[in-house]
Write a protein that binds this ligand. Structure first.
Ligand SMILES: [Zn+2]
Length: 343
């Protein structure tokens, strides 16, 4: 069940951005494959010297923002600072082995590969899946087999929420829908971009299904996931706020839907305003858990490994303050990269 947004105030910001975004949508639709710039995984940045060495930031204004990011992130998020503040950074194609499916929360499972995430949320009425990986083969190997390895039935997937209109997030969706009868949900802007997309054998473009608006709640059984429009990486990107349970305690998780920092200055400005828009929601929800769609930004693979080793501490329960620091690094590093380019 999808409930309309409770608040209308946020609609203003979205309408304000709508025209440039629609224009950008045509361009993105023409070349909507993810940009993949292979480079080694980011080395943690904990000092100003490491910032200069690892990120390539050099202009005084860029370094000023970068140093603020170091001040904020050195303790909890040194890899995030390194990745987000990289002057030319794009998605890192990881050479790590794909992790096995991992039960991260009582109701939350990682079923992605080493590069691209897929998260399964178990509810009382079936599974909500966030992102569907690049290909049918990936969806079979990691999502279907991964869910089975955790005692879950992939036929119970009811919703497939797609963060954005790039093949590495929707490529397995058509196959998973056929398998489970699940609804595929994304933003209207993402659906429109996909309608202009050339057919692809690798990452089949799903047929139009459910549209989710800014502030809507996707509810299945006992679980409601809030959708927040966060254009920037692509015009149709959405992010999520969702409840996760650990040892019977509820926490609120934020999953930012589009990582790569866009090339065009107007998209970069949109990305920045989306960070603020999302922060409105994460603040009200008192988010204390950070999840990602690409593990190069937050030590995901290492945290999954730590989770599988067990032990008392769940490395995904970072707490409210660490989450706020994470969000602030996104803001500061985006400013650093814009200053480096003179945007
Ligand atoms: Zn993308």
């Amino acid at each position: 069940m999808i409930r309309k947004p409770a608040r209308t105030a946020t609609g203003k910001a979205i309408r304000f951005l709508a025209l440039p975004l629609l224009a950008a949508g045509f361009i993105a639709g023409a070349a909507a494959q993810p940009e993949r710039q292979p480079r080694s995984l980011p080395k943690p940045v904990r000092t100003y010297a490491e910032l200069e060495r690892e990120t390539g930031l050099s202009k005084p204004a860029a370094l000023a923002y970068g140093r603020m990011a170091v001040d904020v992130g050195a303790r909890d998020w040194p890899t995030t600072v390194s990745f987000r503040c990289h002057a030319a950074g794009g998605h890192v194609v990881s050479n790590l082995a794909p992790p096995p499916a991992t039960r991260v929360f009582d109701n939350g499972y990682y079923v992605g590969d080493a590069d691209v995430s897929s998260w399964a949320i178990k509810t009382t009425e079936g599974i909500i899946l966030i992102d569907a990986l690049t290909t049918e083969q990936d969806a079979r190997r990691f999502i279907v087999e991964g869910l089975r390895s955790q005692g879950l039935d992939p036929a119970d997937i009811r919703y497939i929420l797609i963060t954005h209109e790039h093949g590495d997030h929707y490529g397995g969706a058509t196959y998973l829908k056929k398998l489970s009868g699940a609804h595929i949900a994304m933003s209207e802007t993402a659906w429109r971009a996909l309608e202009k997309q050339q057919p692809s054998a690798t990452s089949p473009v799903p047929a139009r299904d459910v549209t989710v608006a800014d502030g809507e709640r996707v509810t299945l059984g006992d679980t409601g996931i809030t959708v927040v429009h966060t254009p920037g990486h692509t015009p149709g990107t959405i992010s999520f706020i969702l409840p996760v349970h650990a040892d019977g305690q509820m926490h609120m998780a934020a999953l930012w839907g589009g990582n790569g920092f866009p090339a065009k200055v107007e998209d970069r400005r949109t990305f920045l305003s989306s960070i603020d828009h999302f922060a409105d929601y994460t603040g009200r929800a008192a988010v204390d858990v950070e999840l990602s769609i690409h593990g190069d930004t937050d030590d995901l693979i290492a945290r999954l490994e730590q989770r599988r080793r067990g032990g008392k501490a769940n490395p995904f329960l970072v707490g409210r303050e660490a989450y706020l620091r994470y969000e602030e690094i996104y803001r500061l590093c985006s400013r650093a990269r814009m200053a480096e380019r003179g945007d």
